[in-house]
Ligand binder design. Structure first.
Ligand code: GLP
Length: 240
């Protein structure tokens, strides 16, 4: 794992944008694996600014997102589909048909997981962006998820529900289940970029990068990927 430590979140976002833009400029038809959460927001703002200033072309880019809350429709303010549209896709002119995400409202969850797995097979990702849960999760693959897992429905860890509650009016509104891309598919991306910011991620960053590779710390699997870069600010990297 290549590790880049930045002085703050601003520099982390700038470095992440360099990596992402390199992929997009090299291949205007690249497939981008994208992530939600607060960590990638700075990167997304940089991509939007670059698109405005330099006209970087996204008209043929395709995207695949990591995860989606089960039970939220795509126009729900807290759905990840809505988050992506609002924070990235609309500003870059990325049309809905270029994008992919699990359908949180799917009637048959097993069928939806199989559909997403098949789609990811047809759409190998050039880069997979990841955030890091404070308990070491990636996407919604919570501790204990087998490394060989495909897309599946998870019941969120109580710590994840608490972490994500800040984005909802009330903790009771946080969905308890979600669809998530599996660890197997995350590892299939040609390149992985994982971002971590803030002292509350320091323990997870340490375990991910320097600890034992174990299913109890899902992100530790990234030590086995041939082209994975971690960008962490000083606060998140303080235990390295
Ligand atoms: C959520 C998401 C993850 C994200 C993580 C960290 O649970 N499913 O994909 O990486 O939280 O979020 P944040 O960047 O807001 O700390």
């Amino acid at each position: 794992m290549k590790i880049i430590i930045t002085k703050d979140y601003e520099e982390l976002s700038a470095k992440a944008a360099e990596v992402m833009l390199q992929v997009v400029k090299q291949d205007p038809q690249a497939v981008l694996g994208l992530a939600t959460g607060t960590t990638p927001l700075g990167l997304y703002a940089k991509m939007l600014a670059d698109h405005k200033e330099n006209g970087t072309d996204y008209s043929r880019i395709r995207t695949a997102n990591l995860d989606e809350y089960k039970g939220l429709p795509k126009d729900h303010e807290q759905s990840y589909a809505y988050f992506m549209k609002k924070n990235l896709f609309d500003g870059l002119g990325i049309r809905p048909e270029q994008t992919n995400i699990e359908n949180g409202m799917a009637k048959d969850a097993q069928e939806e997981c199989a559909r997403y797995d098949a789609l990811l097979e047809r759409l190998p990702r050039d880069i997979q962006l990841l955030g890091l849960g404070s308990n070491g999760h990636i996407a919604f693959n919570e501790p204990g998820t087998p490394f060989g897992s495909g897309t599946h429905v998870v019941t969120l860890a109580e710590s994840t529900v608490k972490d994500n509650a800040r984005l909802f009016k009330d903790i009771a509104e946080v969905p308890r289940q979600a669809f998530t891309m599996g660890i197997r598919q995350i590892m299939q991306a040609k390149k992985i970029l994982i971002l971590a910011s803030g002292a509350n991620k320091a323990d997870a960053v340490y375990k991910m990068a320097k600890g034992e590779v174990t299913e109890q710390v899902p992100a530790s699997v990234l030590q086995l990927h041939p082209d994975c870069t971690l960008i962490a600010d000083e606060a998140a990297a303080c235990r390295l």
